[in-house]
Design a protein around this ligand. Structure first.
Ligand code: CP
Length: 306
């Protein structure tokens, strides 16, 4: 079944993922029509800050010949500042564009937008919910190094609020031989809904606070930021900030063929001295966002069989 909206990683099947990755490979090698989306308009509607997601979507659309209408900080720079609801904004913007890329601070906002929009809606992050296009570019990056889905991924940090963690976990659960180790303080462990899903899909997963134990087992090290914006008080945030750091001493403990990833932005959880290690893939990971998002825009807006 063809997807109209991209809201959750739970929508993706292996065949869809394969076709997006094949298209991304083709685009990465320069084999694509640079005007194929001429005349099509993408609206990027961002109620929360972004560097990678917004710019890579906008770059993707323009590389395919399409154009972009955009607001960053929509609470300030759109009529949300005058009190307009997200529902009304979506009704309006969907009559001005062919696809809407939405980032919002409220869990489920993209689902609401999709129910009202005349055009496809892409969830570019909904509060502490999901970030499905990030998960696709994460998996694409992982598969560029590990061709067979039989490896151990460790995910570290604020697993309760980290939407990239949630979406990537749902995606990994499609591959039964992949093992996941979640490393976090107990208070920031994965949400119950995700845990239930992993149990139901019989994925081999462990939850621990023992960072060194997990590092030794890891093929893929997926580090994340403590999500400051999701905490009620600064003191709550400070309790967890700086708990799990990857630095030069970590590099001595991990497997020689492991990879280090991060959805970014990073604060202090990966030391800059790690950047030059060949296992550090996070900048390549971010660059892959353009190819994956081009492939997704072609899927949603391109002519058949592109
Ligand atoms: N990875 C990610 O979502 O980054 P931005 O917040 O900069 O878009």
């Amino acid at each position: 079944m063809k997807l109209k909206h991209i809201i959750s990683s739970k929508q993706f099947e292996k065949s869809f993922i394969r076709s997006i990755f094949e298209k991304a490979d083709q685009i990465k090698s320069g084999r694509y029509n640079k005007n194929i989306l001429a005349g099509r308009i993408m609206a990027t509607l961002f109620y929360e800050p972004s560097t990678r997601t917004r710019f890579s979507f906008e770059s993707a659309m323009q590389r395919l010949g399409g154009s972009v209408i955009s607001t960053e900080n929509a609470y300030q720079f759109s009529s949300a500042a005058k009190g307009e609801t997200i529902e009304d904004t979506i009704r309006i913007v969907s009559s001005y564009s062919d696809v809407i890329v939405l980032r919002h601070d409220t869990l489920g906002a993209s689902q609401v937008a999709a129910s009202l929009s005349k055009v496809p809606v892409i969830n570019a992050g909904d509060g502490n919910g999901e970030h499905p296009t990030q998960a696709l570019l994460d998996l694409y990056t992982i598969f560029s190094k590990f061709k067979t889905p039989d490896f151990t991924v460790i995910m570290i940090g604020d697993l309760l609020n980290g939407r990239t963690i949630h979406s990537l976990s749902y995606l990994l659960s499609l591959y039964p031989k992949i093992k996941i180790i979640f490393v976090s303080p107990k208070a920031l462990a994965i949400p119950k809904t995700l845990k239930s899903h992993l149990i139901a899909t019989k994925i081999d997963f462990t939850e621990t606070e023992d960072f060194d134990f997990a590092l030794k087992k890891a093929d893929v090290i997926y580090q994340t930021r403590i999500q400051k914006e999701r905490f009620k008080t600064k003191n709550d945030y400070k309790k967890y900030f700086g708990r799990f750091i990857i630095d030069e001493s970590t590099l001595q403990k991990i497997k020689p063929r492991s990879i280090i990833m991060h959805p970014l932005p990073r604060i202090n959880e990966i030391a800059p001295s790690v950047d030059s290690d060949p296992r550090a893939l996070y900048f390549q990971q971010a660059a892959n966002g353009v190819y994956i998002r081009m492939a997704l825009l072609l899927y949603l807006l391109g002519p058949k069989n592109q």
